[in-house]
Design a protein around this ligand. Structure first.
Ligand SMILES: [Zn+2]
Length: 252
């Protein structure tokens, strides 16, 4: 099965693909602290792994799709107390989303779906705002499926639904599935659980960083229980979310 990674293709190959398909997937993450056991590119790994599996599902249904290079930078204020985290302004991200979508649309890819796995509210909002602007302009139809929505969260894990959504078992399992070489297993297995509902701390207690939300090590939930098997199950759910969104865009 052939997958189409934009960055690895030549321009004539891209032009040929555009004759067969209007669909592109755009993985977005962040460069952000994820506990003492996961790499800073955790969200990018999850976004890319979801796109690869979604492209495989769609290819099996004769819907080829382009996979754009990932966004490595996002609005990442929550992780800023922790070394290595990089943040950009929300307006910058929105402008980047608009420019990338317009460029892809100009080459014929007018059904665009974001695979975003950096869940900071201002980051998600900035991507959705860019998508709205592009869709409203008529240049392309852009969808940003949101794992926090009940429709999709219901297909994920108990820990995710409980709001312990950063560098816990959920994200650790996903990284174990695709990049086990980047997980510090000795640290991961000895971490005590941090049962804090992160969205609740943000919404009702005004937390602006992971530290303010109650985590000194930039993780929530129970990373010690993570496994590659759980990660593969979650990836399949995330891939179905993307594939379903693509098909809904094509049928509209
Ligand atoms: Zn993350």
């Amino acid at each position: 099965m052939r997958l189409y990674y934009l960055a690895e293709m030549t321009w004539p190959e891209v032009a040929e693909l555009a004759q067969q398909s209007r669909v592109a997937l755009i993985p977005t993450g962040a460069t952000e602290a994820h506990g003492p056991h996961l790499p800073l590119e955790t969200d990018v790994i999850i976004a890319q792994g979801s796109c690869r599996r979604a492209a495989e599902l769609l290819a099996a249904e004769n819907i080829p799709c382009l996979i754009a290079p990932p966004f490595y930078y996002g609005v990442t204020n929550f992780g800023m107390p922790f070394a290595g985290t990089v943040t950009i302004p929300a307006e910058t991200l929105t402008q980047l989303v608009v420019a990338v979508c317009q460029s892809l649309a100009g080459h014929g890819f007018t059904r665009l779906v974001f695979s975003n796995h950096h869940l900071e509210p201002a980051h998600f909002a900035a991507i959705k705002e860019g998508a709205r602007q592009v869709t409203e302009s008529g240049a392309a139809r852009v969808a940003v499926p949101d794992v926090r929505d009940e429709r999709w969260a219901a297909t994920l894990t108990e820990e995710f639904r409980a709001g312990a959504r950063h560098a816990g078992a959920y994200e650790t399992s996903l990284v174990l599935a695709d990049r086990p070489d980047l997980v510090h297993i000795d640290k991961q297995r000895s971490l005590p659980p941090v049962w804090i509902d992160l969205p609740d701390r943000i919404r009702h207690h005004g937390a602006r960083t992971f530290k303010e939300a109650g985590s000194d090590m930039a993780y929530f939930g129970n990373p010690a229980t993570a496994s590659a098997e759980e990660g593969e199950m979650i990836f399949q759910a995330l891939a179905r979310m993307l594939a379903t969104t693509v098909k809904e865009l094509l049928s509209r």
